[in-house]
Design a protein around this ligand. Structure first.
Ligand SMILES: Cc1ncc(COP(=O)(O)O)c(C=O)c1O
Length: 378
């Protein structure tokens, strides 16, 4: 099956669902046994049977099969948030005494989890820069167990050489994990580049409508057995209702991503030409330092990027942001239908991050033009 066909039909079985074209929502905590013998067989794992929704649910299983297939790997697992996917995966793979390498541009709360929680359980974390790639070998220790990546990063969009990192990790039996949210499985498949486990927060493009919080992990059967066992203990599962909405989001992912990519590139190119804009950080632009590497390991670009304006005062910044508000929303998430802007305070006071939504791109550019004029007038 090709990608779009797969998103619509893979792991779906209308014949088993009374002909329904969508999977039923199995709203149940419990799955009963037909008789004593079946219970014994399920207990000894001779027959696949659902037992309890924390351990597995048929609606959720459709979503899990889809992400495994989309990421070219064996198994998937769905969680109640991206952070639940990340923390459960790390907890499953690390133990006291391990050393972990964490990319310094990883999503903030991942740093917090390593610093606050993993450290309490005896795991040490060392940060590295995205551009280190093959040079990472100098940081490896005998107890290095895991390398955690995010590429592109979600603030400055740095690109990691995934082939180089996975190559040196595989040689030494180190597990590699990547947050692939920015690219989605449509534009980057890290398993094809040698990465072991792929994580998504579905709360962005996969859900796509800013009405869902969920997460996914996908990888080989061997690693996923450990992740699933950990998930049963930690319990951060997705509800069957949200799993259904996630499946619905996936159905339109290709057409949404095509538009996010087209509009994102158009807006980024336009911004690049404005005298008041000093830098545009978008992997799809030829001028972006990581563009060649991005093009060698990705097949497309999403609609989230950052830019810097020539520094002016606080009043100018306020005028710039407020002028955008008839169309843009001011907020920190991304990947939904709506355009968003957020000052990127973590970078500096003249940096902004935009998520380009599905509005007419001419309207987005017209308003950015107005906002830059308001900025210049202060
Ligand atoms: C890159 C990235 N990874 C992970 C997360 C966490 O996902 P969730 O909010 O679904 O827990 C976020 C949330 O903004 C994110 O931007």
């Amino acid at each position: 099956m090709r990608r779009n066909t797969e998103l619509l039909h893979y792991a779906e079985d209308p014949a088993a669902w009374e002909g329904a074209v969508n999977p039923p929502i199995y709203r149940t905590s419990l799955f009963c046994y037909a008789n004593y013998q079946q219970m014994l067989e399920v207990g000894s794992d001779k027959e696949r049977h659902y037992t309890y929704t924390r351990a597995g649910n048929p609606t959720t299983h459709v979503l899990e099969q889809k992400i495994a297939s989309l990421e070219h790997t064996d198994e998937g697992m769905a969680f109640g948030s991206g952070m639940a996917a990340i923390t459960t995966t790390l907890a499953a793979l690390l133990r006291a005494g391990d050393h972990m390498l964490l990319i310094n541009n990883a999503y903030g709360p991942v740093h917090g989890f390593c610093r606050n929680t993993l450290a309490r359980f005896g795991v040490t974390t060392e940060l590295f820069q995205p551009e280190e790639g093959a040079a990472l070998s100098s940081r490896l220790q005998p107890n290095t167990r895991l390398i955690y990546l995010e590429s592109p990063g979600s603030m400055t969009f740095d690109i990691v050489d995934l082939r180089a990192v996975s190559h040196l990790a595989r040689e030494r039996g180190i597990v590699t994990v990547i947050d692939n949210t920015w690219a989605t499985p449509l534009f980057q498949n890290p398993v094809d580049l040698g990465i072991d486990l792929v994580i998504h927060t579905g709360s962005k493009y996969l859900g796509g409508h800013s009405d869902l919080v969920f997460g996914l992990t996908a990888g080989s059967a061997q690693y996923m057995a450990a992740v699933r066992a950990q998930a049963v203990e930690l319990g951060g599962i997705i509800s069957p209702e949200d799993a259904y909405l996630a499946i619905r989001g996936l159905r339109t992912l290709p057409i949404r991503m095509a538009q996010h990519q087209k509009a994102g590139l158009q807006v980024a190119r336009w911004l690049e030409q404005q005298p008041l804009v000093s830098q545009v950080m978008y992997p799809g632009l030829e001028s972006f330092p990581g563009h060649a590497l991005a093009a060698s390991q990705m097949s497309g670009y999403s609609g989230l990027f950052s830019f810097r304006l020539q520094p002016r005062g606080k009043e100018a910044q306020q005028a710039f942001v407020d002028t955008l508000l008839p169309l843009f929303h001011l907020g920190c998430s991304w990947g939904g239908f709506e355009s968003l802007i957020t000052p990127a305070f973590g970078l500096d006071s003249s940096a902004y991050r935009v998520s380009i939504g599905l509005e007419d791109v001419e309207d987005i550019i017209e308003l950015l033009d107005e906002a830059l004029k308001a900025y210049a007038s202060h």
